[in-house]
Design a protein around this ligand. Structure first.
Ligand SMILES: Nc1ncnc2c1ncn2[C@@H]1O[C@H](COP(=O)(O)OP(=O)(O)O)[C@@H](O)[C@H]1O
Ligand SMILES: [Mg+2]
Length: 278
């Protein structure tokens, strides 16, 4: 078993790369000089894979995600989806930001329908039915007619999640989607996102600073360091589901802790921090 020892980021012989990132760097100008934020990143992400990216603040996680989304262009290297070079945003990729993207003057239902209105094509009744299906999937059926101001943080996250899911993106890009939520809401959303991922077979790239979350959700964990490099990729072969009774098994628990520890050590090494600082 090479779990946690895999340093090359291979997605395994049986998996085709859906997303391919080759020699990608990104520079920004800061105080008149160039800084390298993402540094020679090489990463293949397979179809239906759940990849989690962790790393200290400023390690380029969000920038990498924005390049995959097509919001930022790389300075060098290339990013491809399904073999095609990424030239800008596309309907195949849905991005969920840490901030909510809900329009305050529209209800939950109207917000979720918005994604479909942009896409065009379907009629009103079909759009409503589809919107309701995804609102139900994120557990918000009881709040369809509420306005964003009437929602808790967790409910807003659910609504924004439904807004993206309803457009059925093949690839879901999530930047700290559950940050700063209380642990109970977070646990529920972990269960829901895992269920949705299994049901919809999308590919998820999920950025977080929480290692428990990373181990709970991922197929692989990519660690980025202060230099903007992917320093290591851990394969996570913990059995699923990773919630409920399974977690109580001693073997599961031990493997969970072990992987978390290995990832933590890698993050710390890449951040130059003492143990208590992460
Ligand atoms: N548009 C931009 N212009 C200039 N600097 C940027 C821009 N976007 C990000 N940066 C800088 O790039 C670095 C990495 O940012 P980011 O990708 O957000 O890291 P992370 O998500 O890992 O915290 C930070 O130092 C940030 O200030
Ligand atoms: Mg970020």
């Amino acid at each position: 078993m090479t779990e946690g020892r895999n340093n090359n980021g291979g997605i395994g012989a049986d998996a085709e790369a859906l997303i391919s990132i080759k020699g990608v760097s990104k520079n920004f100008k800061k105080n008149g000089r160039d800084i390298t934020v993402v540094n020679d990143c090489n990463l293949d992400i397979g179809e239906n894979e759940f990849l989690v990216i962790v790393g200290p603040t400023g390690s380029g996680k969000s920038t990498l995600l924005k390049m995959i989304a097509g919001f930022e262009a790389p300075t060098t290297g290339e990013l491809r989806v399904g073999g095609e070079i990424i030239k800008g945003p596309g309907a195949d990729r849905g991005m969920s930001f840490q901030e909510y993207a809900l329009l305050p003057w529209r209800t939950v239902l109207k917000n979720v329908e918005l994604g479909l209105e942009f896409k065009g094509g379907k009629n009103e009744a079909e759009n409503r039915e589809l919107a309701m299906k995804y609102i139900d999937m994120v557990g918000l059926s009881y709040a369809v007619n509420k306005y964003p101001a009437e929602l808790s943080g967790g409910m807003k996250r659910r609504a924004s999640l439904a807004m993206i899911l309803v457009t059925k993106p093949k690839i879901l890009l999530m930047d700290g989607p559950f940050n700063a939520l209380d642990s109970k809401t977070k646990m529920t959303l972990h269960t829901e996102i895992s269920r949705i991922w299994e049901h919809e077979h999308n590919t998820i790239i999920f950025v977080t600073s929480e290692l428990d979350e990373a181990v709970k959700l991922s197929d692989r964990i990519a660690v980025m360091n202060k230099a903007g490099r992917v320093s290591k990729i851990f394969k996570n072969s913990l059995p699923r589901p990773r919630m409920g009774r399974a977690v109580l098994e001693t073997d599961f628990h031990n493997r969970f802790i072990k992987l978390r520890e290995e990832v933590l050590n890698e993050v710390k090494a890449g951040a130059g921090l003492a143990a208590c600082e992460y």
